[in-house]
Design a protein around this ligand. Structure first.
Ligand SMILES: [Zn+2]
Length: 77
């Protein structure tokens, strides 16, 4: 059974509307759309992880710089 890319709920195929409908959040997509949605979600998750890692590194660098500059200011006093 297909899984909802939005909430992870089970998706049921309704032949009348030719769409899969999420049992949890009500998201309805055609099978083709669902396929594309999953591919999009997967690729976004991968790039998001990379971005998050870069942001964390950048933040750490900034914090290191900030704490070292603060220390040097305190020394000036
Ligand atoms: Zn859902």
């Amino acid at each position: 059974m297909a899984r909802c890319p939005e909430c992870g709920g089970f998706m049921k195929y309704h032949s009348a509307i030719k769409q899969v409908v999420c049992q949890s959040c009500g998201l309805s997509l055609s099978r083709h759309e669902l396929d594309r949605y999953w591919k999009k979600v997967r690729s976004e998750n991968i790039s998001e992880d990379d971005d998050m890692q870069q942001k964390k590194n950048r933040r750490k660098e900034w914090l290191d710089w900030y704490s070292s500059s603060k220390e040097s200011k305190e020394k000036d006093y």
